[in-house]
Design a protein around this ligand. Sequence first.
Ligand SMILES: C[S@@+](CC[C@H](N)C(=O)[O-])C[C@H]1O[C@@H](n2cnc3c(N)ncnc32)[C@H](O)[C@@H]1O
Length: 210
Amino acid sequence: MSKKIILPKKFWEALNITEEEMKKKSRTEIFSLLKQFGEEHTIPNISWIGVSVLHFLLPLKKPKKVLEMGCANGFSSCIIANTIEKWGGSLLTGDVSEPSLDSAKANAEICNLQNIEFRFGDILQTITVQDAPFDFIFIDAQKSWTHKFFMFAETLLSEDGIIMVDDTKKFPDKMKSFHNHIEREKEKWSWFTIPESDDAIMVFVRKKQQ
Ligand SMILES: C[S@@+](CC[C@H](N)C(=O)[O-])C[C@H]1O[C@@H](n2cnc3c(N)ncnc32)[C@H](O)[C@@H]1O
């Protein structure tokens, strides 16, 4: 019988690394450990290509306010917050899973990232238009609801903001409604896809109205 592993809130405890040792590590070292831990425990963190896309887009756009939909254990949240910290940007993120959110908070804390706000619950309920506008929105939550998250993101996005969607090809059935939505809305958006990533990330900006 397979034993269910309960993932600890502080992932370094499972690696027998003390908190003191973790605090001496650079953020880059912590990100690598976190990614490795995620791969070993099938936590659905963004791929390294996804990380590269964030590292490419965020410094170009320099968003002051970023929204992430679905943080899991906070790997991508830490990558985003670490990047946007350089120009005073802040991240609002959340998750429906309390253990995931607790672990994300612990990971942000060990990285000493102070520019993240976490909200617990369905992102469609916990974020409101009062939180908007966001200059950059990263959608990476329940795949079958991606079209709903995208429609919501549209109402929260600044005029020239960017929406980035992960896993657009990985789950064809679950993402069908999203692709149908995009097809209906294609007059509104310009986008490109990064097909080399295992998950085909899509990046959207609004078309300028003539
Ligand atoms: C793919 S994982 C996120 C991975 C994370 N972005 C990363 O790369 O490290 C998707 C997460 O979205 C969360 N989720 C699913 N539906 C959600 C919703 N409606 N609101 C908030 N979080 C949601 C799940 O609990 C899960 O932890």
